[in-house]
Design a protein around this ligand. Structure first.
Ligand code: NAD
Length: 330
């Protein structure tokens, strides 16, 4: 039996609300309460069978609520999360886990000492296309990985609480490490542009270097009028390459040509052209998959796929990039 309290029913919280209501109906959870300081918003989303309040303290005092889902502005994740952990609740925290690495390390320490689970909203780990790519990398189907890139562009009002690095870049820094099975890149650096609000970058180019001469880059922008919402990930391998359009939850593109040759080899590099195949994958909503994983971990006490350690490292990486700090000085 699992009771969930959702704190924050704003722009993104309403999607959490919709999925939690579905899971309540399906019997995955058996109690649900929405909380927002704007109680009208919580009330409107709650509807029948869901409680609502404007005080998260009420959720912390409720013994039938086992976990708190925090979808409030990012600078409140740390104080709300900390209180919830000390109140004996597991927590799901939207990304970024916190707004600086000291808080991220502290919240992880608290969760460890209180024996609590933290799930983090690194939603793209749960995208069915990315899950397929991960299986293809791990099985060797893509061959040697050369590089990965992402275009994450939109024409949207910039957030006031953080720039594109904490809002968007955090996804790529986490995801590339996840795909390659490493904790951090060897190094990462950014170029960024801040045009409208001090301290809030509207675009950033991220360059990541990994071991084995693998590289990754990403363009993150809120100021791209030609791409209303473009979110495309590409990975280039020697045997196959794959493109995932994050807006599509049921297919990926696979390029079956080969790219062979490597530094140090005496053979000429060979590019063998091939077909681009649309490969159908099982459709799944990433947000639902991530919340389902979290609920399952509340029961099993296992770490979720997007666990607190990856959430902490992602914040550390964004911070280092913004401060122009070297990752691994070797
Ligand atoms: N994973 C993703 O793809 C994704 C997408 C968008 C946003 N997010 C994250 O979700 C979080 C929320 O973003 P948003 O765009 O929904 O913000 P928002 O401002 O639209 O919503 C935040 C909500 O929290 C409420 N709130 C604030 N303080 C509160 C408190 N102390 N108690 C109860 N309610 C409180 C506000 O009234 C508001 O309704 C951010 O951390 C953001 O980074 C993640």
């Amino acid at each position: 039996m699992t009771g969930i309290g959702l704190v924050g029913t704003g722009y993104w919280g309403k999607n959490h609300a919709r999925n939690w209501k579905e899971m309540l109906k399906e019997g995955v959870i058996d109690k649900l309460v929405f909380c927002d300081i704007d109680i009208e918003r919580a009330k409107e989303l709650a509807g029948e069978g869901v409680g609502y309040t404007d005080s998260y303290q009420e959720l912390l005092d409720d013994l039938e609520i086992h976990a708190i889902d925090i979808v409030t502005p990012s600078n409140t994740h740390y104080p709300i999360g900390k209180e919830a952990l000390y109140a004996g609740k597991d927590i799901f925290v939207e990304k970024p886990l916190t707004m600086n690495s000291a808080e991220a390390r502290d919240i992880v320490k608290i969760a460890e000492s209180e024996n609590r689970i933290i799930g983090v909203g690194h939603i793209f780990r749960y995208h069915p296309g990315i899950q397929k790519v991960k299986r293809m990398i791990d099985s060797g189907e893509l061959g040697r990985i050369y590089y990965m890139f992402t275009n994450r562009m939109a024409f949207a009002s910039p957030r006031k609480d953080m720039g594109v690095m904490y809002a968007l870049g955090v996804h790529e820094l986490d995801l590339y490490c996840y795909l390659l099975g490493v904790k951090y890149p060897r190094n990462a650096r950014i170029t960024k542009g801040t045009f409208l609000q001090p301290g809030i970058e509207e675009f950033a180019d991220i360059l990541m270097e990994f071991d084995d001469n693998i590289s990754g880059y990403a363009v993150e922008s809120w100021m791209s009028p030609f791409d209303k919402k473009m979110r495309v990930f590409t990975i280039i391998g020697s045997e196959k390459s794959v493109r995932v359009d994050y807006m599509k939850h049921d297919e990926i593109e696979v390029f079956n040509g080969k790219i062979t040759g490597d530094l140090g080899s005496h053979n000429d590099p060979v590019l063998v052209d091939g077909e681009v195949e649309i490969v159908k994958i099982e459709k799944a909503e990433p947000l639902k998959a991530e919340l389902m994983d979290f609920v399952s971990c509340i029961g099993t006490r296992n770490q979720p796929l997007a666990d607190m350690y990856s959430g902490m490292r992602a914040v550390e990486m964004v911070e280092k990039c913004l401060n122009n700090e070297c990752f691994r000085p070797d």
